[in-house]
Design a protein around this ligand. Structure first.
Ligand SMILES: [Zn+2]
Length: 85
């Protein structure tokens, strides 16, 4: 499923959202390990990637309660590179 669909067009806390959410958490965790960081940026609507947490469960609960910040389909804070135009 396209990210813009499951991240924004499905209402939070549907089965689909909860099914796809671990995919983001996996990417974020892999990036944390790869970079040897202790904490992960939280891309929820409140934290906007400014806040970092060591515990992915905190981020997961933020993303369930608040949802993703807008226009975050490229997870550039979590190791992805934006496509060049
Ligand atoms: Zn957050």
């Amino acid at each position: 499923m396209d990210r813009s669909v499951w991240m924004y067009q499905i209402e939070c806390v549907t089965i689909e959202y909860l099914e796809y959410l671990p995919h983001f958490l996996k990417v974020a965790e892999d990036d944390r390990v790869k970079k040897g960081k202790s904490r992960v940026h939280c891309p929820c609507k409140n934290c906007l990637n400014w806040e970092c947490f060591a515990d992915l469960k905190t981020i997961k609960s933020h993303l369930i309660e608040k949802g993703f910040m807008q226009r975050h389909t490229c997870w550039d804070f979590h190791g992805e590179v934006k496509a060049k135009r």
